[in-house]
Write a protein that binds this ligand. Sequence first.
Ligand code: BEZ
Length: 252
Amino acid sequence: MNIQWNAEKYTSDFSFVYQYGSAVTELIEADPGSAVLDLGCGNGALSKTLKDKGYVVTGIDASADQLAIAREKYPDISFCQADAADFSLPEPVDVVFSNAVFHWIDKEKQPQMLKCVREGLKEGGQFVFEMGGYGNNQRIHKALAEAFARHGYGYTNPFYFPSVGEYASLLEREGFQVRYALLFDRPTELKGENGLADWIRMFVKRPFSVVSSGEEQNAIIEEAAEGLRGQLCQSGIWYADYVRLRMRAVKN
Ligand code: BEZ
């Protein structure tokens, strides 16, 4: 995964990530008592939602800071530290669930991640997830690219936001049958009067590695956010232009 999390700020100011994720758990078709892996569980909030539905839950995340929060808040759930593209389970599970994680994994690593998921599932097991889909945050990345260019830097979107067709093909190649797929817009309210600038500071890290001065980084962020005020700020409330890809697949 291509980020160092500020886990406490994520929990306090970006709670919409896991609040929206609750709806994704409803795509799971499994009886209470089924074993569910929450892949990229972060602070464990959705692991808890899954446990409350009666599933036997294990959470995996790469971030020690996020896991420290998860273990403290939910001591009766089992959490392990591992990379989503490099993990194995002691026993296969009925369901692998994931919310808002896979867009952090580079395109080249997705097949490796899907191999781990398939290995971790029982025969006929389900794979239910949501991630950023094709066109996610398009306006934000365009505004950032333009601000970077004005300062003389190149910009590469650090995320992987696939279309339904692209990801369905990948799943089929990796031994899954796709049973449900939906790509939809979900404008997402951000907290605070600097909502978009704060969002960029929290989530868009890698492109800024070429900008050594903190002052110039801030100038780029402010320029990009201000340029989007007319499109993404209504009555003083900022919205990020999220597009979600939601899927359910089964292991062949
Ligand atoms: C998302 O959930 O789509 C997302 C969150 C942060 C950065 C990029 C995408």
